[in-house]
Write a protein that binds this ligand. Sequence first.
Ligand code: NAD
Length: 334
Amino acid sequence: KVLRVAMMGLGSYANRVADAMKDCKRAKITGVISGTPTKIKDWQSRFNIPAKNCYNYGNFDAILNNPDIDAVYITTPNALHHSQCLRVAAAGKHVICEKPMAINAKEGREMIEACKKAGVQLLIGYRMHFEANTKEVVRMRRDGEFGKIMFFQGLSGFIIGDPTQWRLNYELAGGGAMMDIGIYSINGARYMIGEDPIWVTAQEVKTDPVKFKEGVDETITFQMGFPSGAIASCLSTYSMNYLDKFYLNGIKGFAEMQPSTGYGPIKSATHKGRLDLPHVTHQTTQMDEMAAIILDGKIPMIPVDGEEGWKDMVIIDAIFEAVKTGKKVEIKYV
Ligand code: NAD
């Protein structure tokens, strides 16, 4: 059986996912939801989508009655994910939602509850959770090959361009670099260490308050503490290039990945030597694996469910609070 997916929001990432899905064995595009008729036309011809499987933001609740669609993949600006997820769930379709799942933990929780109530699955687009190098490092850590984990460093950033894009608009982005790219260091710290942080401290630096308006973070350094005593030190920024690096340190060894989350080949090494497992387009693997999760109940090595997305939102809420108060913030997952 194949997972039949409708893409919602036909922007740059949707195009990347859809192109990658041409190589999927278990997932295919059967529908679209878009506010732009010309894009719908283009996608119809590229993916052979019949008119009856095309929707806009006003009428997509009618997807309820469409037997050709099993799941909707939400790839719209962050602040729209919550309401769109609730509507997809109410229409009885599984939800695959891009990161960040929402713009705060409260919204994330409501999305989890809505999907539970509707009896549909909610998966978050954490493509790295299916990537071979990442999984091998996680396996080594689980098998104790690094010994007791002491430290993680995550560096996530790039220089953002066009100041008018939605990523720099609080109403649509719900934040700035942290929501978009810093989340990779948060999520990476969690799967690399294998624990969820119990406190954070954080400091914000803003060099350009015109480009990065109120609520849109430019650069944040943050530190996290984990139950075992391990600590993490991370950087999230929209003002520096070449920041895509993870480093994990244990008593008996280490792992480093650079690039660690980019689309291209992940370069990795451990204290035993280079890893550099072969590259497969992340979104191809992700969608085949997500089909297996939804259709067969497969349990992924690193979770991608709503709870996983929600934990990152809880941590982002705590980081923003730590920035605002200048204090160490305890994290409770309730
Ligand atoms: P984008 O701007 O290229 O695409 C967003 C799409 O949403 C556009 O087609 C736009 O027309 C549409 N849209 C619908 N309603 C809109 C509204 N009210 N205002 C503005 N646009 C609206 O952005 P993108 O880079 O494709 O990012 C989309 C989502 O995917 C974001 O949540 C982002 O974090 C996520 N993303 C994830 C990855 C990843 O590697 N997992 C990579 C890139 C983006």
